[in-house]
Ligand binder design. Structure first.
Ligand SMILES: [Zn+2]
Length: 426
């Protein structure tokens, strides 16, 4: 029933590969936010030729935005013949640093053995390219469709999305009536639908002491030893309790199907970055610890915080001179789109058509831009679906499979047909 659509996409395999390689050649490394503008302009140039209306939105004043590294986003929109729903494909164009261990040039867009290699190949320029090919093929095969298609290339996802989707959502780009359905082509594997992600609470805990000469520590009060007591209490009470909290959310990998906490950093006393002869011998009067707590749909944020502060308060009662402060650094609510939401059922049907099996429904252990779409834009019909193998993201020799991109472009195109034409095919 979708023969014409699928053969059209098959015929554009070379175009899809070339587009992916071109996107990889923009070294959109974040931080600092390199080459955002030329990459956004490249996407705009392509879609302009297909009669998309183009907007460039610079997120002025957001973290990292400078004239040298402007946070430039692009939003492209094509309105069909009549009124209807709008499907929005959102991809982040930023990538993480290449790092070491590469055997190929990370920004050459090398094509070899059915794969395209490069930083961002799977996370997520391959997904962006697949969504563009899907939209173009759909528009060519069904030129009379009603509704609208939007494609955005947004920045700073890797650093929280504040200059990207969060900024645009604040300006109404991810809200009704403008947008109804959102697909984020993150690399969650071609036959899986990602419904959402766990929540995040980052906090900085500081213990305080009293400075004194290091040769007479009994005259002062060591903030680092106080923090040691905090860590010990976490080991005894908190980590085992978190481990026992299971979730109904289908998080992958399975190890993340429970509450987790990472100790992100610890610092006490003077800087370690000293020249010979430094630093002077002091009892540290401050120690700071950053925690990264990932929580579940079944947990409430104030309870999550309460678990930590109750341990700190207990130490305050039991441990002489113990004092602390705690500061929230980041809060993200967990989000999970319902399995019967329109965008989920549409993409699920696409997966059945292409792979002849049921999709797997998953939840991401970490967050991505869906949080802003839900929390700021109030669009809950949002998923991540795209080609690429999640485990390859951020690794050396990152790649995306060409056949995977072709197949997921087909799934996206069928999704468009279901959402915009009622799944008529033909
Ligand atoms: Zn990503």
């Amino acid at each position: 029933m979708y023969d014409k659509l699928l053969t059209t996409i098959d015929g554009r395999r070379d175009d899809l590969v070339a587009l992916t390689a071109e996107l990889i050649r923009f070294p959109t490394v974040n931080p600092p936010g390199e080459a955002y503008r030329p990459c956004a302009e490249y996407i705009a140039e392509r879609l302009k030729k297909r009669s998309f209306g183009i907007e460039f939105i610079r997120a002025e004043g957001t973290p990292g935005d400078t004239d040298r590294y402007p946070r430039v986003n692009v939003v492209a929109r094509f309105d069909g013949r009549g009124p209807g729903k709008t499907v929005h494909f959102n991809s982040h164009i930023d990538v993480v640093e290449a790092g070491s261990g590469w055997t190929v040039d990370p920004f050459a867009g090398l094509v070899r053995d059915g794969r395209v290699y490069g930083r961002g190949a799977c996370d997520m320029k391959g997904g962006l390219a697949a969504s563009i090919i899907a939209a173009e093929a759909f528009m060519d095969v069904y030129p009379d469709f009603s509704g609208a298609i939007e494609i955005s290339g947004t920045v700073d996802e890797e650093s929280g999305g504040f200059g990207g989707v969060a900024y645009l959502a604040g300006k109404g780009y991810f809200s009704k009536p403008r947008v109804d359905h959102v697909i984020i082509p993150e690399p969650l594997n071609k036959d899986r639908i990602c419904l959402g992600h766990r929540g995040v609470w980052w906090a900085e805990i500081e213990t305080r002491g009293e400075i004194a000469h290091g040769s007479m520590p009994f005259l002062g009060d060591c903030a680092v030893r106080h923090m040691g007591a905090v860590l010990e209490a976490f080991e005894q009470d908190l980590f085992p309790a978190l481990d026992r909290k299971q979730t109904k959310m289908p998080v992958v990998p399975e190890g993340a199907r429970r509450s987790t906490m990472n100790i992100n950093s610890i610092h006490g006393g003077q800087t370690e970055d000293f020249k010979p002869g430094l630093p002077s011998p002091n009892v540290p009067d401050s120690c700071r610890l950053t925690i990264d707590r990932r929580f579940l749909l079944e947990e409430k944020l104030d309870e999550v915080k309460g678990e930590v502060t109750s341990i700190l308060d207990r130490l305050k009662r039991e441990r002489p001179k113990f004092d602390y402060s705690i500061r929230d650094v980041m809060e993200v609510q967990p989000t999970m789109t319902e399995k019967d939401a329109p965008v989920v059922t549409a993409v699920a049907q696409g997966i059945r058509e292409i792979f002849d099996r049921e999709p797997e429904y998953v939840i991401s252990p970490g967050t991505y831009d869906q949080k802003h779409v839900a929390r700021i834009g109030h669009i809950y019909d949002c998923i991540a679906y795209g080609p690429g193998i999640l485990d390859l993201a951020h690794r050396p020799d990152e790649w995306v499979g060409i056949e995977d991109m072709v197949q997921s472009a087909k799934v996206m195109a069928i999704g468009l047909d279901i959402l915009l034409r009622g799944g008529r095919g033909r």
